[in-house]
Design a protein around this ligand. Sequence first.
Ligand SMILES: Cc1cc2nc3c(=O)[nH]c(=O)nc-3n(C[C@H](O)[C@H](O)[C@H](O)COP(=O)(O)OP(=O)(O)OC[C@H]3O[C@@H](n4cnc5c(N)ncnc54)[C@H](O)[C@@H]3O)c2cc1C
Length: 588
Amino acid sequence: MSEFRAPVRDMLFAMNELSDMSEVAALPGYEEATPDMVEAMLEGAAQLANDVVAPTNVIGDTVGAKLVAGHVVVPEEFKSAYQQYVEGGWSALSFDPEYDGMGQPMLVGMAVEEMLQAANLAWSLCPMLTQGAIHAIESYASKELCSAYLPKMISGEWTGTMNLTEPQAGSDLSVIRTYAERVDERFRITGQKIFITWGDHDMTDNIIHLVLARIKGAPEGVKGLSLFLVPKFKLDAGGNPADFNDVETVSVEHKLGIHGSPTCVLGFQASEGYLVGEENKGLISMFAMMNRALLNVGLEGVSISERAYQQALFHANDRIQGGVPIIQHPDVRRMLMRMKSEIEAMRAVAYYAASHLDKAEKSADAAVKQHSAAMVELLTPIVKGWSTETSQELTSVGIQVHGGAGYVEETGAAQHFRDARITTIYEGTTGIQALDLAGRKILRDGGAAMTAFIEEMSAVIPQLEANAELAVSAISFKEALADLRGSVTWLLENAGDDRDTAGAVSYHLLMQAGIVAGGWQMARAAVIASERLASGAADTDFMQAKIFTARFYAEQSLPRAAAHAVTIRSGGETMMALSTEQFAAAQQ
Ligand SMILES: Cc1cc2nc3c(=O)[nH]c(=O)nc-3n(C[C@H](O)[C@H](O)[C@H](O)COP(=O)(O)OP(=O)(O)OC[C@H]3O[C@@H](n4cnc5c(N)ncnc54)[C@H](O)[C@@H]3O)c2cc1C
């Protein structure tokens, strides 16, 4: 099994060259994010990820999280890694200095997050969900709640969870049944939540649950949902965990992957809860953490693919067949190059989206703020859907590079494939992301944000054309952009006729947009690498590899976008034609 090494060089390239890191660092509040500081931080995080967290990955998979006498127990190695994460101050990285956060940009947080996810996806979910919970509390909770809970969550002393799902309420949250009853200033929360990630564990002495519930008498549907903070242990007068708050861990799921992450059924039994934000506006508060959380889950697609790639690369150099290491065979090169190029493309798009998240939150310029907010809205479902769907294929390719050794568990390739499988499901399935993209992000504004993004992407074409080495990629990228414009126009012209049309083509539109956005970032990367080489850059291996990796993407990955475009133009007629009985007609 290979050792994991965080790809710091490519992360810095994606941040500095492709995601306007210098503009992000110039935003008010980010004065500390100097280039030296950011590089030092990434080096420090890489050490934690490589040497402390990565060695726990297999242990988490084989030992897993267990329910013992009503409490979840995780491997000792997880606790020790978490302790070191907290002691290093990593949990405070991107949060408000008012609550002892380090106030670093989201973009830097994203790179650190990627390393931890790649090191151990199951373990990383605990800090990741805590960060989402902190963000929702910071944005919507009262000053008193913020003061009582945020410092210990930001320090990592306590962790956070997100409680939406119930047995009858998955993608459709309008049918949530968990209810809240007002008792003086507080509420009593009663109901059952399922699939709650890190819903219980023994790494910290309190767990802060954010719970969507309906106040008795509130309207039906999503407009009657409110958000509550429900601690596992209530706080005493000194602010320390004291009495158990009757949040029962009913069971822990046995699942395909991420065995180290306890996925819990939680029973809230008139547990004390405190309102976060306004009554009946719970979904809005939840959405505050959603864009970050969705980008982070999209990033999981990048991270787990990177881990699978490093494993496959190690094996390809090590395994001899036909008298040579298998990396010498063109078809093995095809697989490795596909992994490498699509990972670098996905990383660059995800970081670019994170840079807009920073600008949307911090810019003092109203026009920049507005444009960046629109870009975050547009890119979030693309990063979440496209990167996680692509990770299904790349982790599978990682197994293929191993041959039979990939199908057995010893090499670790199979774990990455199993672990990746959840990423297209939780935080909203690919189908739900695709509907969001087609409906709320394209149809609602008449395609304005997507058209502006296509215009922005087209600026790279003359740069490619002006460079003899890269001109060949200009032709394919120009075609891919024209196809994407065509798909958006097709959607705008046809979606009104039949309510199923947008739903029928949305997955293909999401994948097409992702592949093209990846092609754009790789084209930009090639232009920049070529300029750096011409001006005598020291790291020639990295720059030359970048140019060929970008060309490979243009030749081998970008054409997949055209297939999605063709499918979109055929609409949804055949998809919706069969009666439900006809689906089973062949079995009669
Ligand atoms: C390991 C794991 C961890 C999780 N962690 C958490 C957590 O921490 N907190 C939490 O609250 N939840 C969590 N979840 C739940 C997760 O978010 C849901 O499983 C997910 O939202 C999908 O809901 P569902 O499983 O009910 O599937 P369903 O909603 O039943 O969907 C089934 C299929 O139907 C499709 N579908 C459903 N509705 C539509 C529609 N309107 N249009 C088109 N297609 C549709 C879906 O895309 C999917 O393919 C977790 C789940 C797992 C497995």
